[in-house]
Design a protein around this ligand. Structure first.
Ligand SMILES: [Zn+2]
Length: 458
């Protein structure tokens, strides 16, 4: 009987342990709308209040909130005054693509749980140096209804402004989810973004849309940078890297299939690099498969977030030290590459580069004279994060003189005026000499004729 009792005790203990493990194991259960809300509330109030804040982007067509969480050391600092680059990760814009949603929830839990703990230097460094925005579901109605589109039957990843439209800020006529996301995005600065999908296993980089509409490679000017970013994620995700369909687990979006109105292309248009991560061939796998997906994605998410630090960074101000709204910075080696917008409140920017190295960076703004500086950008991985000295080498302060006060322009103008005056003087002298020579020649000729005419008379 005692034996029987101890067997029962062991079995019960094992079952309890299993249940507890399943609960605490990140990414192993699906969180519905209410559970997601409860979890984020618990993270920001109980588990890691010093590094986490929750927010809502807006509401869906059916009135569900689009929840998000912001994680960083000193999270109480104003978003727009932050001296750190921001990475934004979103998922579930297609309601029936559920893996990305759970991966981002698991990522938020991990950052919250591991920050500042032993053996989690990678998490601690990331949040000490980066702001992470996580929005697990851009389409809460679609998730609740188990469908791709929102509750009005619209595919939200075809609803954003395209690169072929003149006005890319117009929210009129767009779905509530899209308009909310556009307004919320415009009020902030993101240095890097990524968006999770399902139905394939690949990292897909811009453009999503080709000019002709055909399925053909549509490279941005920053193609090398995008290929590297896509590889960073795929290389850290064993299943993606081993794709039998996509070499190295990456593809150009339009080369795969050309579509317009995607969130990815919209972010690229706004000067924020973005990659689409297709995380699972099965759009809605069973909960039992989630742990395996988390194993594939936990390192990839970290390495991708670290890439925001492979960037030329700086602060752009006017001669009185104030940020200049509309100022943007590009790297000179990619003339038509993207220009990273500066934050209008802090003047800060982060311009991702194709690879670590030395870069000439030019910052410009309308009404100001552009300024160029050289920075050295270091690699940034969880095994090799940049040191404070290396971060300082990648940073420069840009003081832009107003165009009217710019000494370079004034000098150039003066040179032009002086040289015009110089030309006039020389032209006058030249004409004077020419006319004198002609008069001289005429006088000599007449003199000769006179002498010749009278020569025979003598
Ligand atoms: Zn999708």
């Amino acid at each position: 009987m005692a034996k029987m009792g101890s067997v029962v005790t062991v079995v019960v203990a094992a079952l309890v342990a299993l249940v507890l493990c399943a609960k605490s194991g990140a990414g192993q259960v699906y969180h519905d709308y209410a559970a997601l809300n409860t979890l984020f509330e618990d993270l920001v109030t109980n588990q890691c209040p010093l590094i986490a804040r929750r927010f809502t982007v807006g509401s869906s067509e059916s009135g569900r909130m689009i929840y998000g969480i912001r994680l960083t050391h000193q999270v109480a600092l104003s978003e727009n005054d932050s001296p750190k680059p921001a990475v934004r990760l979103t998922a579930n814009i297609h309601g029936d693509e559920t893996v990305g949603r759970e991966m981002l929830i698991a990522f938020a839990e991990r950052l919250c749980r591991d920050y500042g703990t032993p053996n989690a230097d990678d998490v601690t460094w990331l949040l000490d140096n980066t702001v992470i925005y996580i929005i697990p579901s851009l389409n809460p109605d679609g998730f609740a209804l188990g469908m791709r589109e929102n509750s009005r039957g619209v595919d939200l990843n075809r609803d954003y402004p395209t690169r072929f439209e003149a006005n890319q800020d117009d929210t009129a006529g767009r779905q509530a989810e899209t308009a909310a996301m556009m307004d919320w995005t415009r009020a902030r600065s993101f240095a890097l973004s990524g968006t999770m999908h399902g139905g394939a296993l690949v990292a897909s980089y811009p453009w999503d849309s080709s000019v002709t509409g055909d399925d053909s490679y549509a490279a941005t000017e920053d193609d090398a940078m995008y290929r590297r970013l896509a590889r960073i994620y795929a290389d850290a995700n064993p299943s993606m890297a081993a794709s039998p369909i996509f070499p190295n687990g990456i593809t150009n979006g339009a080369d795969w299939y050309s579509i317009v109105g995607t969130l990815q292309d919209y972010m690229v248009l706004r000067g924020t690099p973005s990659i689409t991560f297709e995380l699972s061939d099965n759009k809605s796998p069973p909960e039992s498969a989630l742990a395996g997906f988390w194993n594939d994605n936990r390192l990839a998410l970290m390495q991708y977030a670290y890439q925001v630090h492979v960037s030329a960074s700086g602060r752009v101000v006017d001669s009185s030290g104030q940020p200049i709204p509309g100022a943007a910075c590009g790297i000179d080696s990619i003339e038509y590459g993207y220009k990273a917008p500066t934050n209008p409140h802090s003047g800060r920017f982060w311009r991702l580069v194709p690879e670590p190295g030395t870069y000439s960076v030019t910052c410009a703004a309308e009404g100001y004279t552009a300024v160029t500086k050289t920075v050295i950008v270091h690699e940034a991985t969880i095994a090799d994060p940049p040191t404070p000295t290396e971060q300082a080498h990648a940073f420069a302060q840009f003081v832009l003189p107003t165009a009217a006060d710019a000494p370079a322009e004034t000098t150039a103008g003066k040179i032009a005026t002086d040289s015009t005056a110089g030309i006039n003087i020389w032209m006058t002298l030249f004409l004077f000499v020419q006319i004198s020579l002609i008069i001289c020649a005429v006088v000599i000729y007449l003199n000769y004729r006179h002498k010749a005419r009278h020569a025979g008379r003598f």
